[in-house]
Design a protein around this ligand. Structure first.
Ligand SMILES: [Zn+2]
Length: 130
């Protein structure tokens, strides 16, 4: 989709701190993380709403979330990886994978702008942890 920021990110038209991709999915760090390592996982094909995905893509998306969660958790040393899906800000399906160490940490009000150099460094650590 032409004006979609996530389509531009997965196409490389907008730079991102990429942590992983395969044929159908792409994962990169949120520039306004709730916690360090806050990752967004998207299908490469533009679809607005999570539950409008074809069953196959839907299942593969959550399989990819599991795959990314392991090195992500290891890289940042979090107790768990939390999952959030809202999709109001960018109408392209994305799963927030957020390292958390206690209840309440998924609250989007905790998000703040990250230093780009820090994002790059964290992305490298996650890639190394695969
Ligand atoms: Zn899109």
């Amino acid at each position: 989709m032409t004006n979609c920021i996530f389509c531009k990110i997965k196409d490389g038209e907008i730079p991102s701190a990429k942590v992983w991709e395969n044929e159908n999915f792409f994962a990169f760090l949120d520039i306004n993380p709730v916690n360090p390592g806050h990752t967004l996982l998207i299908p490469k094909k533009h679809v607005d709403y999570l539950f409008e995905l074809d069953d196959g893509v839907y299942h593969e998306l959550f399989k990819a979330a599991k795959e990314v969660s392991v090195p992500l958790k290891r890289a940042v040393g979090a107790k768990r990886i939390g999952v959030v899906v809202e999709g109001f800000l960018v109408p392209h399906v994305h799963i927030h994978l957020i390292p958390i160490n206690g209840p309440g940490e998924l609250d989007a009000k905790r998000a703040g702008k990250a230093d780009p150099n820090e994002l790059t460094a964290i992305a490298e650590r996650i890639k190394d942890a695969f």
